[in-house]
Design a binder for this molecule. Structure first.
Ligand code: IPE
Ligand code: IPE
Ligand code: MG
Ligand code: MG
Ligand code: MG
Length: 313
């Protein structure tokens, strides 16, 4: 007999998340070369690394930010917002494949499966990351995506900056250089804002710019969205540090205790669990405050901020 209380009721937000996750999965499936296309091993490893897993938080933030300005279509036509969301997930998946390699975090488990370099090999994992990154920029630069070339160039530029040496890759470099060294809170914040925050921040900005292009990236809305996304991006990595200590590997889909094993400075090592949680809460509050100028159109962004805080994986 079905126990009515065993499955929590599906909220409107749960359904929205499922719908968008399915949409991203379908578009990614269509965009990625088939595993039968040469070179087959590389394409198979790319598909292995990005399909069928992950919460798709960056894609969801992109859709939610686009919804601030216009209702998102549920038609099967692929939109510029879909492409931006896919590009974000491609860059993110590339960062995870490289992050797990023996030369970085040496992690065997990702999204509940062997990491890419375990399932394939190191050289393949290196190339998977390279190719996923190129694919992100390839789909976002297609000439038939929009007839507003300025909009497209701005989006490409935002994504490139968030991914590079002053964004995600730079944060990863700081992370590796910090192994075994205690960091000040300022330095730790910079590291987290770059390695994780930058891509989360740009997810929101790409979503907004896919729906309403603004020639002035410093307008009032963009600034408010940057404050929202910057705070929630930092909170995301603080929660990731906490989960590494508190969660179990099965639920998390990655090996827990890895930060301690690798001697990484984290918010837990710096502040302790209780204070790290309080700090994440404070960032969450500040993020929500930044959404005040927006109407109820910002509901999805609020819900995603709550999801980022309360997640167990
Ligand atoms: C994990 O990101 C790596 C970090 C930046 C903390 P996610 O927790 O978003 O990973 P997936 O995409 O859901 O697997
Ligand atoms: C990873 O941070 C950030 C990026 C991949 C850019 P972590 O190393 O903490 O991520 P997990 O815990 O392995 O997912
Ligand atoms: Mg890492
Ligand atoms: Mg890692
Ligand atoms: Mg982590």
């Amino acid at each position: 007999m079905t126990n009515l209380f065993s499955t929590p009721a599906q909220t409107d937000f749960d359904l929205w998340v499922k719908l968008k996750q399915a949409r991203i999965e379908a578009v990614l499936d269509q965009i990625l070369p088939s595993a039968q296309t040469l070179p087959t091993d590389l394409h198979s490893a790319m598909r292995y690394s990005i399909l069928g897993g992950g919460k798709r938080v960056r894609a969801l933030l992109c859709y939610a930010a686009a919804e601030l300005y216009c209702p998102q279509s549920s038609s099967t036509n692929i939109t510029i917002t879909d492409i931006a969301a896919c590009a974000l997930e491609l860059i993110h998946a590339y960062s995870l494949v490289h992050d797990d390699m023996p030369c970085m975090d040496n992690d065997d488990l990702r999204r509940g499966k062997p990491s890419c370099h375990k399932q394939y090999d190191d050289a393949t994992a290196l190339l998977v990351g390279d190719a996923l990154q190129s694919l992100a920029f390839s789909i976002l630069s297609k000439t038939d995506l929009t007839n507003n070339a300025q909009q497209q160039l701005l989006m490409l530029n935002l994504l490139a900056n968030a991914s590079g040496s002053q964004g995600m890759a730079g944060g990863q470099a700081i992370d590796l250089a910090a192994v075994g060294k205690p960091l000040t809170q300022d330095k730790l914040e910079t590291m987290h804002r770059l390695k994780t925050g930058a891509l989360i921040e740009v997810a929101v900005l790409l979503g907004a710019n896919s729906a309403i292009y603004s020639a002035n990236p410093n307008n009032k809305d963009s600034l408010a969205l940057r404050v929202f996304a910057g705070n929630i991006g930092l909170a995301f990595q603080v929660v990731d540090d906490i989960l590494d200590v508190e969660a179990d590997s099965n639920t998390l889909g990655k090996t827990t205790g890895k930060d301690a094993e690798n001697n990484k400075p984290t918010y837990v090592t710096l502040l302790g669990l209780m204070q790290a949680k309080a700090y994440a809460q404070q960032l969450h509050t500040e993020a929500l405050l930044a959404l005040t100028p927006f109407s109820e159109q910002a509901q999805r962004l609020q819900q995603l901020a709550n999801f980022i805080m309360n997640r167990s994986f």
